[in-house]
Design a protein around this ligand. Structure first.
Ligand SMILES: [Zn+2]
Ligand SMILES: [Zn+2]
Length: 308
C-alpha cells in the first residue's frame, strides 16, 4: 500500500463533517430549492421533528444557515442561507446534476430544470480549473504531500471519523443511485475517496479504514450493484478481488473537488492544504463551478429552478 494514496484531505473531511450526513444534505438540497420553513423541511425531507431540529441547529452553529423571523416582529421563523452556506451552490448544482442522470423510473420526484438567468440557457453545471478553464477530469489531478502533513491529516480524519461513527449509527440506507445516500454514508464515502486516490484492493480498504469485514463487503457490494465500482479477481488461490471505479463512480469526483474548494475558502483550518496540481496547466488546482454555456460562475440569484 502506498501511504500517499491515503490523502484523505482534512478539508474534505471537515466539509463532510459539517454537511455530509444524509439529513443535512437533504435539508440543504431543499433549501436550495427555496424551502425555508420548518414544516416544509419536514414534508420534503421526511425527517422527524427532533432530527430536523438537531440538524438545523448544527447547520446554524456552523454558520451555513441562519434563523430569522419570517417578517419583522413575526413569531414564525424561516431558515435561510448565510454567505458561507450560499457558497455551497456550486457543489450543490453538481450533486443535483449527478442525481438527474438517474433513470426517471428510479426517481421519486420530477427532474428539476435549472436555468441560468443571466445567459438565458439551461444550466448545465461544470467543474473547471479556475486557472486554465478546462473541465475537471478525474485523471487530471496530481497530489503532492509532505509526510508531516499526511500524518496530521490522517489524525484529523480519524477523529472526525470517530465522531461520525457515533452520530451516524442506525441510519444507513444504502442506495448507490442517490448521491446523498452515497456520500451521506460515512463508509461508502471513505471507500470512494480512497478509490479516487488509487486504492482498489479489498485488503487496502480494510487496512486503511480499519473497518469490519462484513461492513466493508456490504458497502462494496452495494457500490458494485449500483454501477459505481466494478469488481475483478486478480488472484485465484485464494481468491482476491480488486475494485475499480466505473465512469459513473469517477463522475462523483468533480463534486468532491468542488466541496473541497468550498471548505478551503470558507472553513477555518489550522492545517495547510496539501498541494493539488492540475496536470494540463501545471498550476495549483482551484475549482469553480460554471455554467456550461457561458462559462461564468452563476450567482445564486441567477439560478432558476423549474418543475420541482
Ligand atoms: Zn488548469
Ligand atoms: Zn450561463
Amino acid at each position: 500500500m502506498n501511504i500517499s494514496h491515503l490523502i484523505l484531505n482534512s478539508y474534505i473531511a471537515q466539509a463532510l463533517d459539517i454537511i455530509g450526513d444524509r439529513w443535512s444534505l437533504l435539508i440543504l438540497r431543499e433549501a436550495f430549492y427555496g424551502r425555508s420553513r420548518f414544516e416544509e423541511f419536514i414534508q420534503h425531507t421526511g425527517a422527524s421533528r427532533a432530527t430536523l431540529s438537531r440538524r438545523l441547529e448544527a447547520l446554524i452553529d456552523n454558520n451555513i444557515l441562519q434563523k430569522r423571523p419570517q417578517k419583522p416582529g413575526a413569531s414564525r421563523f424561516i431558515y435561510c442561507f448565510t454567505e458561507r452556506g450560499i457558497a455551497l451552490a456550486g457543489p450543490s448544482l453538481l450533486a443535483q446534476q449527478w442525481d438527474s442522470k438517474r433513470p426517471a423510473a428510479q426517481r421519486q420526484r420530477p427532474k428539476p430544470k435549472l436555468r441560468h438567468s443571466s445567459c438565458g440557457h439551461r444550466l448545465k453545471p461544470q467543474a473547471v480549473c479556475r486557472c486554465c478553464g478546462q473541465v475537471l477530469e478525474y485523471d487530471d489531478v496530481r497530489w503532492t504531500v509532505g509526510k508531516d502533513q499526511l500524518e496530521q491529516q490522517l489524525q484529523e480524519l480519524r477523529s472526525i471519523h470517530q465522531q461520525r461513527r457515533v452520530r451516524d449509527s442506525g441510519q444507513v440506507k444504502a442506495d448507490a443511485d442517490d448521491l446523498i445516500y452515497l456520500i451521506g454514508d460515512r463508509w461508502t464515502l471513505l471507500i470512494l475517496i480512497l478509490s479516487f486516490f488509487g486504492s482498489c484492493r479489498y485488503d487496502d480498504f480494510s487496512k486503511q479504514l480499519n473497518i469490519a469485514p462484513s461492513i466493508l463487503a456490504g458497502r462494496l457490494k452495494t457500490m458494485v450493484s449500483g454501477g459505481i465500482m466494478k469488481r475483478r479477481r486478480y488472484q485465484q488461490h485464494p481468491p482476491r478481488y480488486e475494485y475499480q471505479l466505473t465512469n459513473k463512480g469517477k463522475s462523483i469526483f468533480p463534486f468532491i473537488m468542488a466541496l473541497r474548494q468550498w471548505a478551503l475558502e470558507r472553513l477555518p483550518s489550522d492545517s495547510a492544504a496539501p498541494t493539488l496540481l492540475h496536470k494540463p496547466c501545471g498550476q495549483l488546482l482551484e475549482v469553480d463551478v460554471v455554467c456550461g454555456h457561458c462559462q461564468q460562475v452563476p450567482a445564486a440569484a441567477e439560478i432558476e429552478l423549474r418543475g420541482y
